[in-house]
Structure formats: C-alpha cells, structure tokens
Design a protein around this ligand. Sequence first.
Ligand SMILES: Cc1cc2nc3c(=O)[nH]c(=O)nc-3n(C[C@H](O)[C@H](O)[C@H](O)COP(=O)(O)OP(=O)(O)OC[C@H]3O[C@@H](n4cnc5c(N)ncnc54)[C@H](O)[C@@H]3O)c2cc1C
Length: 506
Amino acid sequence: MNIFSLSSISVIVALVSCHDPQVFLSVEQADGVALSCTELQSRLPDRVFFQHSVEYDRQQNSYWLYEQAHDYQPRCRIAALDASDVSVFIETVKKFNASFAVRSGGHSFLPGASNIDDGITLDLSGLNKIELSEDKKALFLQPGATWLDVYRVLERHNLSAVGGRSGSVGVGGYVLGGGSSYHSNRYGWSCDSALVYEILLANGSIVMASAAEHPDLFWALKGGGNNFGIVTGVRMATFQQGVLYIVIRSFSQPLTVVNRIFPALEKFTHIGHHDPDSSVFLSFAYTAATSTISSTLVLVNAAAEKMSPSFKLFDGLQAVQESRLTANTSTLVLLADQTSDFQYRKLKFTLTFQPVGELMRRILKTFESLTGSIAFEDAAGVYLTFQPLTASHISHDDNALGLSTAGPLMLLSLEIYWTRHEQSEFFHRFAKEVHNTMKKEAEDTGSLHRFVYLNYAAEWQDPFIGYGLENLCRLKEIQDKYDPDGIFSILQQGGKKINACHIQCT
Ligand SMILES: Cc1cc2nc3c(=O)[nH]c(=O)nc-3n(C[C@H](O)[C@H](O)[C@H](O)COP(=O)(O)OP(=O)(O)OC[C@H]3O[C@@H](n4cnc5c(N)ncnc54)[C@H](O)[C@@H]3O)c2cc1C
C-alpha cells in the first residue's frame, strides 16, 4: 500500500499550475548572483570560493562528467559543512533571486545537473558524515558522503546498505533518483531503504520526512530528484553483510555466445527473485580505435555462494577470460572506479522493456550496425548494458517510481564517450538516433515499458512521465505544497524537473 491515498488528488481534468520562469526571473535584482556571492562571503566567510582560487578549481575538477567540470563555471562555489550553511545559502539566493545548482557526489550524467554557468553552486561534498546508530540497524548519511566511505564504515561491523556500485558516486543524487545496487534484488532500490530524509525546504525550515512525518514528501523523495528541497541527510536501513562472490566473464568478437546468453538473461530476470542474493549485468563495449565489440558478463552473489542457481543459467558459455573473486563491497566498488575516466565527454540514455531475449538480440544487432556505420574519433567508445529489474527489485510500492505492479523488466543503458568538443553535437544526435531505433524495436514487439530511470536519463528524456500519470500528478501536487514559488525548479534549473504543465490530472 502507498503511504498516502492516491484518491486524495482532487483536481479533475484541470491543468496543473506551473510557474512561469519569465515572471519569476523578471523580478531578479540587478545582479542577484554577484549580490548573493558577496553576502554569502560575509555570512559564511571560509566557505565561499571564486574563480581562479585553488579550492574553486579543485571542486570544479572533481566532477565525473567533463562537461560539468569545464563548460560550467559558477561565479562562486559554496562549500557547505552543515545544514545551517545550507539554510543561509537558500535564504540568500531567495533574497536575490540568484540561479543555483546543488552538488553532492558530482556524478550526474547530465550537463548542468549539479553545476551552473554564471550562477552559484552549492557543493555538499563536505557534508559527508556517516553515523551508525547505537543498535546498528540504521545509519545516518549526509549527501556528500561517497559510497566507498559508507561501505568502509559499515564493513567494520560486517554490515552494508543498498548503495552504489562505484565507490565515488555520492549518496545525495544516487538515492534521490532511486539507486540500483548489488543488493537491489533482495532489498529493492536504495530509496526503498530510506527511513527518514532530513531536508531543507524552500521556506527555510529543515524538516524530517518519514512514514510518520510529512509522508507525502517522504514518498516524493523516493525517486523525485532535486525538485523538493535540499536533502541534508538520510537515515537508511543496514543489513548483515560479509564478502561477495563475483564472476566476470569476457567474450570477444564474433559474439558466438549471444544465442545462449540472452535466453539465460531473460530467464534470470523472470526467476531472479527466487535467488535474491544474486545479480547479473551484461555489457557490450564498442571500442572505436579497434572497431571491435567485446562483451562482459558480471555475476555477483552477495551471500558469497559459488554455486548459486542463477549462476548455473550462465554455465558453459565459452569466455576468452574469466575472473572469480571473493571480495568485500568496498574492494568491488574500487574496482569499478578504476574504469571511470574524468577526461571524457559522455552522455547516457536509458530504456526499459519486458525481458525478451529476442528483443535484446535485435537491439544488439542495431548496436553493432549503428556503431559500425560511423567514423568515431579513436578515443571514443560506446557501452550498451542490460540490467535485470527482477520482481523483488521493483515490487516496493511506497516510492514514486510507479513500477510495483510492472512485473520483471529489463533496464537498458547506453553510454557514449569521446574527447573533442566539436564532436559533441554529432554524438548527441547519434545517441538520439540510436535511442529512437531501439525504442521503436521495443515498441514494435509490444515490449516497451514507460519507465525511464532518472539516474540514467539523457537530457531529452523525461523520467517523471515514465512514473505514470497518477504519480506525476501526485509529485506535482507535493511540489506545489512544499515549494509554492518554484525555488527548486526555477532558480535551480539543472537536473530532471517535474514538468506537468501540459498534463491533465484527475
Ligand atoms: C561511475 C558511475 C557509477 C554509477 N553507478 C550507479 C549504480 O551502481 N547504480 C545507480 O543506480 N546509479 C549509478 N550511477 C548513476 C548515479 O546514481 C547518478 O549519476 C547520481 O545522480 C549521482 O549522484 P551524485 O550525488 O554523485 O551526483 P550529483 O551530480 O552531485 O547530483 C545529481 C543530481 O542530484 C541532485 N542532488 C544531489 N544532492 C542533492 C541533495 N542533497 N539534495 C537535493 N538534490 C541533490 C543534484 O542537484 C543533481 O541534479 C553511476 C554513475 C556514475 C558516473
């Protein structure tokens, strides 16, 4: 059951009110950004950094996306150390109507999601406390903590939490977008483990949102992104965790295994909930320098079982290389970080569809023919990843994602990386073309699902429409209640915005 009743939505076939950015911005003071930076410097003297200072450059260079580090230059950056700094920040930007961005781990795939050109960036990476409760059943995390640090703290107590698969990802953006994890097959999305959010609202108050207090806001924050306020902490459930068992198999061209691997992936997605400690990913990597496609299958068992029933589905596939390891989560997420490269321009899009092996085969064919049809720069490449969303992963209905009755699904993501700025327009157009082709393939077979995972969504994708009309309307209603002036949608334009102006809510 949802923690509130959807029938409480009272608007019958009426347009949902939307803020008009023009009206709002027309009252902007002469130079709200400059005035805010100056006032913040006097109120938070050691926390404000301007261009060409060492700390400003350090913060800028710590974004995962090259574009966020280099194409967006805020006039000043504010390094908050506690919730009261965040409170002063919001009071000031509101006073001067100054545009701003909020950053936690800085790992967004969206340019301008957590940095801003010519505005002010609130950097929460110093707001990074990790506190285990006395009974060790819960953990309080500030948004700037990274998952590597979280796992390191928890591993001292043989515990873990539903968190990122890369150590450098931040808690803030990850959990607000959902959060897919090695433990999602058992515990659901990361946001499903959230017990309480501490959030600074547009009116300057800091409130706790939980099943007991502000339950509407609690629900909205589970998938609602940065639309409701600035989250200054989240209390999450922990669970017992020892080492994990991991098998990584690599296959090279020609991909002779596809006839067997897609049916196995389809089967795992359908029955994976019976083996909730196991998770599986299948990736295909196109490397422009060699014009080759290789593929990698990753099998993880969180209970360190070497003979899990799910692993057997993938037995007998001829790999060119196979690694088996037993490791704790922090070692595993550090391994994943080794493949991250901050020097590339990148983009990502996502699609969701029924787990049909034949469709995945067709999508791979499209991937092969489209990547093979264009001349990439040598440094470029493309990853195509299939990630099962088992019934147990998506069955929670007290989040905004709208998936609880969907049944098992397949999450696709496609990531392109390159270096030269002049190529950016081309790659964005290319990605759209690939997206449209793959989406049509899923549509044509009646397998497309509306869900668009916020944390993987491209600039042109709208995750909130993918949550379903009821949830979108409910999110808009909650946004209007907690941020009636649109501070987090107009002054903070980056990230995915709830755009329900054109939708009729009943
Ligand atoms: C290398 C890598 C590995 C990844 N692995 C996974 C994975 O295993 N599973 C998965 O589900 N996703 C994964 N992702 C995607 C990741 O979840 C998103 O990119 C997420 O947004 C990153 O959060 P962040 O805090 O690091 O990012 P940021 O760029 O700091 O923030 C992302 C968005 O959230 C908003 N935001 C951040 N903090 C707050 C806050 N405290 N209050 C309000 N709004 C806030 C920002 O304004 C921004 O719009 C990965 C991404 C990368 C680059």
